[in-house]
Design a protein around this ligand. Sequence first.
Ligand SMILES: NC(=O)c1ccc[n+]([C@@H]2O[C@H](COP(=O)([O-])OP(=O)(O)OC[C@H]3O[C@@H](n4cnc5c(N)ncnc54)[C@H](OP(=O)(O)O)[C@@H]3O)[C@@H](O)[C@H]2O)c1
Length: 276
Amino acid sequence: MESELKGKRALVTGASSGIGAAIARELAALGVDLVVSGRRRDALDAVAAECTARGVRVDVVVADLGRPGGAAALWSGARATGPVDILINNAGFGYFRPFRAVDWERDAELVQLNITSLVELSRRFVDDRTTGFAHDRAHLVNIASIGAYQAVPHMAVYAASKAFVRNFTEALHDELRGTPIRVTCVCPGGTRTGFHEMAGAGNYSWLANASMMSAEAVARSAVHAMRRGKRNVIPGVLNKLACWSVRLVSRRIAAWMSGRVLGKPRADALPARTAA
Ligand SMILES: NC(=O)c1ccc[n+]([C@@H]2O[C@H](COP(=O)([O-])OP(=O)(O)OC[C@H]3O[C@@H](n4cnc5c(N)ncnc54)[C@H](OP(=O)(O)O)[C@@H]3O)[C@@H](O)[C@H]2O)c1
């Protein structure tokens, strides 16, 4: 049966690897044209080639969303070649380190990427759909994390950024109910991607390893939830249980539990702080 998304066009940020690349492939299989974005041109070209082989048109826009101006440049690059009916705000990174061991520049980049650029792209998308395509179905999907459900020591800024994404996205879902724009928040748990190496994480407990999912499974769950217009989805049974169980304990205990599950930061994994 032909998908209701066939012929639509999606902008996927962070599409050069991991969950974003898997979402791009999943959408291509449903006949959705794509704009794939990230900083690594070669990796984006490889994902674009895979998606093109599934019979859809793919445009590549290289943009750094960790810097001011990145989101505006990406949006105008994407819109220059066609409409954007689906926006997947997936690009993001975190670091698994004590707050005091990291330079401000890293935090500034994290906040710019995980929060500021995500809000800017959401705003440009909602404005565009409200003025230009008032009656056509559109989807906004923001990728948060199960880290949004409690404070996470050693991932303080990252987990707080994802709590922002979750609250922002759920509020937008409620505001836009009854309009053609459907808004979905996706909260993945541990997913086998380059994220962990980049974050300096990986000494995980058995529970964290047991609940680890593939990027493809997370992408399937995200696209399924988007098509159903769901407000929030947590892929995976163990991840759902983890998010549900924090409601039964105090916030202090929930944060302590997250520290036990994630284990210790890998000291060798990230560059040392350059300035005190
Ligand atoms: N993996 C997990 O366990 C997990 C769990 C919960 C939530 N998440 C979330 O899932 C999302 C995708 O992560 P992933 O696991 O797929 O990790 P990943 O494989 O490292 O992918 C991250 C993507 O973000 C892009 N990106 C990073 N910095 C960027 C920047 N400054 N400007 C533009 N793009 C940038 C990267 O592209 P370039 O390098 O080409 O720029 C890459 O495509 C993130 O928001 C992450 O927080 C991941």
